[in-house]
Each structure stands twice: as C-alpha cells, then as structure tokens.
Write a protein that binds this ligand. Structure first.
Ligand SMILES: [Zn+2]
Length: 315
C-alpha cells in the first residue's frame, strides 16, 4: 500500500483527498481540508450529514454513493457531526481494513461517540501524536467554559472564535446548557440549519453578517460566536459600538499547544491525543498500522518501538 487509496472490488477509493484514478471518494467529514475530492467526484462515499454540510457550506452538490451490502461500512468517528471511519470487512484475503479519518475517543454533546471495530489493517490519523499533549477531560473543559461565561457575562460581552462547522455548534449547545442563547454569525447559522434538519436542536439568534450585527442585542450583554480567527479585531469593534467591555475566548485543541491572542483559551479538542490513539489501537488490535497526517513518522516510530508493525503512509 504505497498510495493513499484503497482498492476494493471495482472501486478505487480515495481517502479524504483528490486522487488520480479514483472512482469513489471517501470523505470522512465536512471540514475544509477533507473535502477536496468533492468538486469533481464521480461518486462520494460519506454520511448523509456530511453530504448535506458540503452542499450547504461549500455549495458543492455531491453524487452520494450509498454504502451497501458489498462490504463497505461507515462507522462513527466521534470527531464532528456526521464524521465517519471507513471499514472494509473483506479487503484482501479475508483481512479487514479501517481508515480512521479525524477521530476522538471522548464523548461530545453534539457528535455520536466513536464506534470501535477490530481490524487487521488500520490507517490512523496522527494529528496530535505528541506525548507532551494530553487533552483534559472534555466534561471538565465544558464545565470550565460555563463557569467562565456565567462569571463574565454580567460585566460585558463575550466573544468566542470557533470553527464554523462542528466547534461552533458544540459551543451553542454548551451555551444552551448554561441557559444562554448566543448570537452567531450568518455563516455559522447556515451550517446550523443542516444540524437542525437532522434533529439537533440549537437555540441561538442569527446575526445579519460576520460582524455579529443583530436586532435587539445592544441593550444587554451577550455571548457571540464567530468563525473569525482574528477575534481581537471584532472585539474592539463591538467594544466601540456598545461601549462595553468585551471578553475574548477560543475553543480548540491547539489551545493546549499555542498561545492565542484572547483573554482565555479552552483546549476543547475534537481529535484524539497520543494517549487516545494508543487506546484506540489497543481496542482495534490491528496487525498492520499505517499512520498519516502531521506527526505520522513520530507515531509510526513510537508504535514500532512498542512492538507494533507500523509504518508511515506516503502521505
Ligand atoms: Zn476535522
């Protein structure tokens, strides 16, 4: 397996990227860096939710292939709404294979928990395979977010920067838990519609634009959620308009690694850390492992040192 595709029956399946010669493109979830194959794809293999998110957020209509009795299965990956792993039961000489896509082991309020299935061959994402990074318990982070927000909101406006797909909706859920209905940008509310259509209830009000301009929010403090990374600039703007203190926050796994230009940062991650990857492997029990992603060499080396047959993939 040199190239980053899986050949199975009449299918040549690409994995979360555009690949020459593929006739079926697996898209594990709808984050931007995973949907490159969608545009010119003959057939997309994804969950219904992912296909709908691609259509609504990127305006790309996809020809979705229904996983069927031919032995191709999609398993929940716990990463975001609609995210899946690809599992093929009888891949080669009776051996099974699994490709994780982005995944995480802890439960979240908004995506289904990961489904674990034993497989002979595993192709594993290594985004956070750094032993120095250990994500705190998700429920504790959520409690900390609620505590901080309920503490600050009497003194000013609160502004969160979060990915518009996945993290923003989880933050809305967390705010709802605290009895708060946040104001979100227009772009985030467009994504929300797909969630709502699929039975996830979210209480929020939608702004007209990305500057969080909205009716009836100027007479009281509020929580705003924006996809804008440069939240400091928007905070200054809102502070000027409303003449109030604006507190800024970010919720991302990278908060465990980098310092953000915000008042506070919460390491709410949708990825497995190094220790969760080891937990995943101990449950899947693969005989052969291919790693891919940012730290693939490091992860393959650590796994090989622990006695696994592990190699980095070429991508
Ligand atoms: Zn992702």
């Amino acid at each position: 397996m040199g190239v980053f595709t899986i050949s199975f029956n009449e299918y040549n399946i690409s994995l979360d990227r555009r690949e020459q010669g593929s006739n079926l493109d697996f898209i594990s979830h709808a984050h931007t860096d995973h949907i490159t194959a969608a545009k010119k794809s003959q057939k997309v293999l994804s969950s219904v939710e992912t296909a709908e998110l691609i259509e609504s957020a990127y305006g790309i209509s996809v020809n979705r292939f229904e996983p069927n009795e031919k032995g191709i299965k999609l398993l929940d990956s716990g990463h975001m709404f609609g995210s899946k792993q690809l599992y093929i039961e009888d891949y080669e000489n009776g051996k099974s294979i699994i490709y994780t896509g982005d995944f995480q082991m802890q439960e979240s309020d908004i995506s289904k928990p990961i489904e674990i299935k034993q497989a002979d061959i595993a192709i594993i994402d290594s985004t956070y395979s750094n032993p120095k990074v250990r994500f705190p318990n998700r429920q504790e982070i959520i409690e900390n977010i609620i505590l901080w927000v309920t503490n600050k909101i009497s003194n000013g406006i609160i502004l969160f920067s979060a990915y518009r797909m996945g993290k923003a909706q989880e933050l809305i859920k967390i705010m709802n838990k605290a009895g708060i209905k946040p104001v979100v940008t227009k772009k985030i509310s467009e994504v929300n519609k797909v969630y709502e259509k699929n039975g996830i209830s979210l209480a929020y009000s939608s702004a007209y634009n990305s500057d969080l301009e909205s009716d009836g929010i100027n007479d009281h403090n509020f929580v705003g959620i924006t996809e804008d990374r440069n939240v400091r600039m928007l905070a200054e703007k809102l502070g000027g308009v409303y003449k109030r203190r604006v507190y800024t926050a970010v919720a991302t796994g990278f908060a465990e690694i980098f310092r953000f230009n915000t008042d506070v940062q919460f390491p709410l991650s949708d990825h497995a850390d190094f220790y969760q990857i080891l937990e995943y492997i101990s449950k899947v029990q693969p005989k052969k492992i291919y790693t891919y992603g940012k730290s693939k060499e490091f992860l393959a080396k650590s796994l090989a040192e622990s006695g696994y047959d592990a190699l980095p993939s070429i991508y």
